[in-house]
Design a binder for this molecule. Sequence first.
Ligand code: EPU
Length: 423
Amino acid sequence: MDSYKLLITGGIPLVGETYVSGGKNTSVAVIAATLLSDEPCVLENLPDIEDVHVLIDILAGLGAKVEYQPEERRLAVDPRGVNSCKVPYHQTQRMRASYYMLGALLGRFGQAEVGYPGGCSIGARPVDQHLKAFRAMGAEIRERGAKISAKGKMTGCSVVFDRITVGGTINAMLAAAKAEGNSVLYNAAREPHVVDLANFLNSMGCRVKGAGTDTIRITGQKKLHGSVYTVIPDQIETGTLMIAAAATRGDVVIRGCIPTHMESLTAKLLEMGVAVSDMDDAIRVRTVRGHRAVNIKTQEYPGFPTDLQQPMSAMLTRAGGDSVVIETIFESRFKHLMEMRRMGAQVQILDQTAIIQGVPELYGAPVTATDLRAGAALVIAGLMANGVTEIYEPSFIERGYEHIEEKLRALGANIRREPLEEM
Ligand code: EPU
């Protein structure tokens, strides 16, 4: 349990300029990919967040030499000293992306023993498609206790994913990067971080083609050389800031983002009556009139991202009219709305559908963050509400948002920490 809570006094429009940090979900993939290199690598623009810290600890535990400068957002990894293929459960259960150690270690050594991944509790989150890809490339897999062991020389092959999976696609790319021969991944995920990983692998001398489409072709290389690589800005942080600006009826310019990654959200905000304008690497969001209700169905990229469903549905609780939100990716991603009922939100939830009846006002109440994006959604709820909202378990938010409190304060938000009283 966290030793502090967040207090937000809502009702203040966010105004000003802010910036986007490096992508969480891209950073965790490229950090894992440094293990495949035969020379030192340098990663730049990494966000200073908990998930990045955990992965760096895992690399160090395997014997890699790591030099991390959080203020510079820079990580140097020399993977030549890696002398273990085992990542224990106490490390892997701290985050989801620890499962990339399987693909990276299999790719480098042809063997791996990795504890089951942790991460946000938003659904069952099986890894069958990851294991299917490893098996197709020649791995023998054993699942026992809380760990997965995989062994075998990686050989290029075709994999047709039964469903689109970001983690499965990335893990298969990691395993294929040094495999003998060509691999083709069909029904692959098209998210920006899949493309970023492909660009990083190519910068090390790998040959990855087609990332960003549903068919990715990888020609494995015996050796991969070192690289200095800058990760892309965080698509979900950009979207969260856009929604926070709109939800508070503010006027915010978000710098350092990639507007083309935001098209599905931008389209929905425009449909709601929010003014959104794109500049080269910046987006301005402002509210000029009341918000209309809209319907949302989450989909894989380039559809509406599940990671923005939670912040967006928080905002819809105050739109004019009824919104229907269908969550197609994860089974359990409406916990923030249940918490928000305490703040006056009118919501009915039926399996993976939420029907939100917009109300004119939310009021502050104590609520609990149950996962990263639920935490972000509750911050947005608090910014919109009249009075003081107390958010418990706020450390979930730090796992994925760099310095979010400082960024929001700089835009005028009244958000602060308070230690929990002793019981
Ligand atoms: N799935 C399977 N079998 C598999 C893999 C996935 O059935 O082997 C299912 C999942 O249960 C889910 C769907 O396929 O229903 C999609 O899952 P996916 O594999 O795409 O998700 P993930 O790789 O576990 C990543 C992000 C999530 C993000 C999803 C979807 C990372 C570390 N995590 O998860 O990010 O929601 O893709 O875009 O990249 C977050 O940042 O808050 C977060 C949860």
